[in-house]
Design a protein around this ligand. Structure first.
Ligand SMILES: NC(=O)c1ccc[n+]([C@@H]2O[C@H](COP(=O)([O-])OP(=O)(O)OC[C@H]3O[C@@H](n4cnc5c(N)ncnc54)[C@H](O)[C@@H]3O)[C@@H](O)[C@H]2O)c1
Ligand SMILES: [Zn+2]
Ligand SMILES: [Zn+2]
Length: 404
């Protein structure tokens, strides 16, 4: 079968690989009808999330049809349409039972303290082969697969595999409630779903910060007031928009590949930190392989953390859903402490949110397709990665059709 395979930092290829087989009684084999590229995949290829084993199939977003089932998967039949949860949880341990699927005790082969297990990730996450392929092996399939009703099409369902639940998780972590003013950093797919989710949880106003016009326009369509950090100083502008008080809640939907402003009034202010940012990049991305401008890590890993802490109202809440590797150390702890901020963060517990979000989409209460802009067959998979990496206008969320 065809699959997108990681060979090294800056080196991914569409390869012919063997079909997956059942390895455990709790496994299923799913034939994927849709997959997608996530901002997290870019961290791997840019080298800002290190430790990928060469030969790992990429991708942790998938929709498909069940083909084979192990003897302990009792809730599906071959032919069922399903969405695959990005993170892998066993469904049996105390963490899974409490809804912390991303901290499952049993799914990560590196042990109970190793952290989140997910498809197509680094060695520390289990080196599970991912979903940018024609078929995939799904461990603990009774828990990781969720049945799809006919009314929810693949284009909607692929957004329910990772990014919609993640945005929702971010709004919930941020403790968004009725009337809150929320700022979301990043208007990528995850940021836009955080905007949408904050509104679902009752936010009075949502402000979204990015520097790409097409992405900011998408955030406005999702209901946000927008700020271009290359044209205005985001801190000053957030303060002005919020009566000098600041937002109650902030969501970091950018992560380690954050960039600082290179134009506009914010450029002058962050300039002084250039040396420290360079040291941070060295810390998080010891190995880089950018060529022709592709796969370049962000130049200011802690930029969003600093902006979020600075802009929040006193006693506000910061939710971090943008991904940072274990080596990342920079965070403005003193400033956060002295403002009585609450900090919450982590990898999404997908399985906790996917069933109810499917219901909302089926009922027509939300349409996640506001975000998906490009449909690509498998032959164009690598070019799709390149376009998404460069944030080309319009390339906001890329769906791949593995079986096309
Ligand atoms: N916690 C989780 O479970 C989880 C799940 C999925 C994705 N993620 C993470 O969410 C993040 C976003 O994912 P995505 O797919 O939307 O990625 P993306 O790369 O498409 O979007 C990131 C956006 O951030 C913007 N940005 C860069 N620097 C900024 C700054 N200083 N201020 C404001 N915006 C800035 C970029 O212009 C871009 O539009 C990534 O870090 C990804 O790894 C986390
Ligand atoms: Zn993802
Ligand atoms: Zn578990």
């Amino acid at each position: 079968m065809k699959a997108v395979v990681f060979h090294g930092v800056g080196d991914i290829r569409l390869d012919e690989v063997p079909d997956p087989t059942l390895q455990d009684d709790e496994d299923a084999i799913v034939r994927l009808t849709a997959s997608a590229i996530c901002g997290t995949d870019l961290h791997f290829v840019r080298g800002t999330m290190a430790g990928m084993r060469s030969g790992t199939i990429l991708g942790h977003e998938g929709v498909g049809v069940v083909e084979e089932l192990g003897s302990l998967v009792r809730n599906f039949e071959p032919g069922d349409r399903v969405v695959v949860c990005s993170t892998i949880g066993c469904g049996a341990c105390s963490y899974c039972r409490a809804g912390y699927y991303a901290q499952c005790d049993r799914a990560n082969p590196n042990g109970s303290q190793a952290g989140t297990a997910f498809f197509g990730g680094p060695e520390a996450t289990g080196s599970f082969d991912g979903l940018q392929a024609e078929r995939a092996r799904i461990p603990f399939a009774h828990t990781g697969l969720v049945a799809l009703p006919d009314e929810v099409c693949d284009e909607q369902a692929i957004l329910l595999s990772d990014i919609f639940p993640t945005g929702y998780f971010g709004a919930e972590l941020a403790e968004v409630s009725n009337g809150d003013t929320v700022v979301v950093f990043g208007a990528g797919p995850v940021g836009v779903f955080a905007v949408l989710s904050a509104r679902m949880l009752g936010a009075g106003r949502v402000i979204c910060v990015d520097q790409h016009q097409d992405r900011l326009a998408m955030a406005r369509r999702a209901g946000a007031e927008t700020i271009d950090f290359s044209a205005e100083d985001p801190i000053d502008c957030i303060r002005e928009l919020t009566g000098g008080i600041g937002p109650d809640r902030a969501i970091d939907a950018v992560g380690v590949d954050a960039e600082r402003a290179h134009e506009g009034p914010a450029a002058g202010r962050t300039e002084t930190d250039e040396e420290q940012f360079a040291a941070e990049v060295g810390e998080v991305a010891p190995e880089q392989a950018h060529n022709d401008g592709h796969w370049r890590p962000g130049d200011a890993p802690s930029m969003v953390l600093r902006w979020a802490v600075r802009s929040l109202a006193k006693a506000g809440t910061l939710a971090i859903i943008g991904v940072y590797p274990p080596q990342a150390k920079a965070f403005p702890i003193g400033e956060a402490m002295n403002k009585n901020l609450t900090l919450k963060m982590g990898n999404c517990n997908h399985r906790r949110y996917v069933p109810e979000l499917i219901e909302l989409v089926r009922a027509g209460a939300v349409d996640p397709q506001v975000v998906l802009t490009q449909l690509e067959g498998p032959r164009a998979a690598i070019e799709a990665y390149e376009a998404f990496d460069l944030r080309r206008p319009g390339w906001i969320k890329v769906e791949l059709e593995p079986a096309a």
